[in-house]
Design a protein around this ligand. Sequence first.
Ligand code: SF4
Length: 321
Amino acid sequence: MARLHVLPPDDRAERLWALGRWGGLLGFAALLLALVVEPRPALASLWNIAVPLLPASFFVAPAFWRGVCPLSTLNAFGNRLGPARLMTPGQSAAIGALGLVLFHVIVPARHLGLNTDGPLLAGALGAIALLALGLGAAFASRSAFCNALCPVLPVERLYGQAPLLAVSRGRCGTCTVCTPVGCLDLADDKAMRQLIGPARGLGRWTVTPFGLFAASLPGFIIGYGLTPDVGGHAWPRVYAATLGGAAASYAIVALAVRLLRPRPMRAVTACAALSGVLYYWMTAPIVVRNLALPPAIAPGIRGAALVGIGLWAVRALRRAD
Ligand code: SF4
């Protein structure tokens, strides 16, 4: 099945991207303000509408979000504030590993206050925004934040490995190859393969950082979904559920890989599809309850996720080597 091509790289598309970037930035500023002034509706729309749409957009075309994400805009803006230094491979690996750690720290922290405390979330988002800006001033293009430290990046890469739509990138009109390996904007459908690298051929993909992430994500999602919002005092319970789920998931996938010896990229694709379906399966009833929607909508979301991600998986598995 060929990918549909949208947004041709012409002036019209560039104007649309610019509009999207400014819209994203203004929306982000409005969100920070609303989280402090009117936290309840701001939290409800962020966690129950905006955030649940993101994984679906990564399956369809990660370029959409990467083209308008306000943190990415700030990261790129930071380039104007300092000298553009290329990262060394060591710095890139270290900051990338830190991004994986941040994902496993920040997502569970939603249950510890980020889901329910508007000013706390505004402070956290503001701090991450400053980090994106600062890393843009320290390192070339978007290499240090968007392609390394961003805690959303591992999910973008996993779900964005076989986009359904071919969308021209919305930034980096001229690529300077600031990130030689794993940039979704440079080669979305090759990024995951590049990151797993030679270990892919040797059957050792589960011991690479991104292989480890892919194998542990299904259990992490189950652990998160089964845990309620609790106070900060309950952090051992929250991290035990999420990290315990991740460890169990990794053990099961590693054992299955050892016994069944699937082709590496097929196994990674299966982990991505399972994670996506689990996410929507567990999120649908929460969204319906929080937004006071008719209960029949939850099975509708689950069914749409099953069908949509199923189609994505069939197509991705055919291409996986
Ligand atoms: S498209 Fe090129 S310049 Fe832009 S972030 Fe990717 S590697 Fe860097």
